[in-house]
Design a protein. Structure first.
Length: 188
């Protein structure tokens, strides 16, 4: 018979296991460097991502943020957008009755597909909207493939000066001798 340890509260072990699991997750998340996706402050700009045949285009709403307060970088397969929205100190007298605008730092990490050409990324800030264009690599862009005929294919020499015989073209209304010899209604 095996000896089993008695626990007065059986859910204590479950609670300890869950706590240990969350601690391990937090440590792994901190090491990954992608915890910025949760936002660094109260300000978190809205992001739209659009894809077409040529590129991915990302629009980020950053009203009131100057170009000097924005930082865009690529690390592995992630686009990192960081910024700071500063609260303007006003010397007016009185006190605020309501404050709805958000201030502070933000950080967004967006996962990128592998077909992005990182050397051609561009960014523009216009009217409070940051546009980041991520072109697709040439190998991943759709392309049209032309279908050639067998007569377009080059012939190769079999041995020395011999080459493959070229098929004879028949007029549309005529049949070959082999086709004419077959009885009608019998599949070949």
């Amino acid at each position: 018979m095996a000896i089993v340890r008695y626990t007065a509260y059986p859910l204590t072990n479950l609670q300890n296991d869950i706590n240990r699991m969350f601690d391990q997750f937090d440590q792994a998340f901190e090491r990954s460097g992608l915890n910025e996706d949760l936002g660094g402050g109260m300000f978190r700009p809205a992001v739209d991502v659009r894809e077409d045949d040529q590129a991915y285009t990302i629009h980020v709403e950053v009203p009131g943020i100057s170009q000097e307060n924005l930082d865009i970088s690529m690390q592995e397969n992630a686009l990192l957008i960081r910024g700071r929205k500063e609260q303007k100190s006003e010397s007016e007298q009185g006190q605020y009755r309501r404050v709805e605008r958000s201030y502070g730092t933000f950080s967004r990490a967006l996962s990128l597909p592998r077909n992005v050409d990182g050397s051609k990324v561009s960014a523009h800030l216009n009217d409070g909207v940051l546009e980041v264009r991520l072109p697709k690599s040439e190998a991943s862009k759709p392309r049209q493939i032309n279908i050639g005929t067998t007569s377009d294919a080059p012939t190769t020499a079999l041995s020395g000066t011999e080459s493959k015989p070229e098929p004879q073209e028949l007029p549309v209304n005529q049949t070959s001798d082999a086709e004419a010899a077959e009885p009608e209604g019998h599949p070949t």
